[in-house]
Design a binder for this molecule. Structure first.
Ligand code: AMP
Ligand code: TRP
Length: 355
């Protein structure tokens, strides 16, 4: 009995500027995984209309995220880069998953609660169903591994729940059609059509915090631009934001445990570790006992060294719109071919006539 071929999938929404959190929590991992896995990276434009339907420049935002992927080192020839709406099978499988998932599962999602705010009745139905489209993004390729930041963990658990319920509800049909694949679920070996996808959430920067408040996540939507380092910031802006970052008056501790209850210090140490590809322990070994007046300039220099070339490359690639569009078109065609194979199976499993 074969098991699923390892395949990486992840997505980023085309809303607002990409920031250091997106880069360290997600995009840099996308780049690294290309060495060991086949990868599919998607600009999830259909997700971006769930919170707000009308955007000033959705095509421009989609191209900007694509340029950021390419500038960071994603290879669109060896792997696949495309925008979600081009491959209509995502929306088709999402509809099926809307019928697999339960309303209660969706109501429990913290991202839904945060984004819908107090007036939940007035949130779009798409915002509630968002995780079901995300599950479809992943499972339409039967992807096995998904690199994301810590905030997406709950959505990936739900993706496993949807896969498991589908596999279970249709187990007989999947068996009859010979479409089952064996996989490991904890200590058990189970059989199903969809894999139980593994989240890849690790390293020192799975949750990069705001530079103005170490208890809040760095986010595209924070009104203060000083709270985040944008991937498009130039060297001066990067240095200024790090030097102005909120800190406490104490020097850095000499032990990792000393970062407890010091969220701003902990965040900057995590950022340094991620950018220098070391660990928090190593950063503390180097800077323990030093003042922020020493640590911040070192961090600013490191951040400029690592990020400024990405920003410059993003500008260069963005200037060539025809190239960016060609990447998305080619990626979309290759993604569609895989997605349609899955949808044919899914229609057969469910009993939807298609030829
Ligand atoms: P989004 O911009 O919400 O589409 O997020 C794109 C990716 O960046 C997802 O994998 C998120 O988990 C990740 N991400 C977003 N904000 C942060 C953050 N502050 N720290 C780490 N990862 C993040
Ligand atoms: N929900 C993710 C975010 O906000 C974006 C996303 C959509 C995604 N579909 C995905 C991430 C599939 C990983 C896999 O960050």
């Amino acid at each position: 009995m074969s098991s699923f071929k390892p395949l990486v999938f992840s997505g980023v929404q085309p809303t607002g500027n990409l920031h250091l959190g997106n880069y360290l929590g997600a995009i840099r991992k996308f780049v690294a995984l290309q060495e060991s896995h086949d990868c599919i990276y998607c600009v999830v434009d259909l997700h971006s209309i769930t919170a707000q339907l009308v955007h000033d420049d959705l095509p421009g935002q989609t191209r900007a995220i694509t340029a950021a992927f390419l500038a960071s080192g994603i290879d669109p020839k060896k792997h696949i880069v495309f925008n979600q709406s081009r491959v209509s099978q995502h929306a088709e499988l999402a509809w099926i998953f809307n019928c697999v998932a339960r309303i209660g599962w969706m109501n429990r999602m913290t991202q839904f609660k945060d984004k819908a705010g107090k007036d939940r009745e007035n949130a779009s139905l798409g915002l509630l169903a968002y995780p079901s489209l995300m599950a479809a993004d992943i499972l339409v390729y039967r992807a096995t591994h998904v690199p994301v930041g810590d905030d997406q963990k709950q959505h990936l658990e739900l993706t496993r729940d949807i896969a498991a319920k589908f596999n279970n509800d249709f187990s007989q049909k999947i068996g009859e059609l010979g479409l089952g694949v064996e996989m490991q679920a904890g200590d058990e070996t189970v059989n199903g059509y969809f894999p139980l996808t593994e989240p890849l959430i690790d390293g020192p920067a799975t949750r990069v915090m705001s530079l103005r408040d170490g208890t809040k996540k760095m986010s595209k939507s924070d009104p203060s631009d000083l709270s985040r380092i944008n991937l498009t910031d130039d060297a001066d802006a990067i240095s200024k934001k790090i030097k102005k970052a909120k800190t406490d008056p104490e020097p850095l501790p000499s032990e990792l445990g000393g970062l407890k209850d010091r969220p701003e210090a902990e965040n900057l140490v995590g950022i340094y570790a991620a950018l220098s590809e070391t660990s928090r322990e190593q950063v503390i070994a180097e800077f323990g006992g030093r003042q922020f007046s020493v640590f911040k300039p070192a961090l600013a220099e490191l951040a400029v060294e690592k990020l400024a070339p990405v920003a410059a490359e993003m500008r260069r690639i963005s200037a060539d719109r025809a190239y960016v569009d060609a990447v998305l078109r080619d990626g979309g065609e290759r993604a569609s071919a895989i997605a349609e194979r899955t949808m044919k199976d899914v229609r057969d499993i469910i009993g939807l006539l298609d030829d």
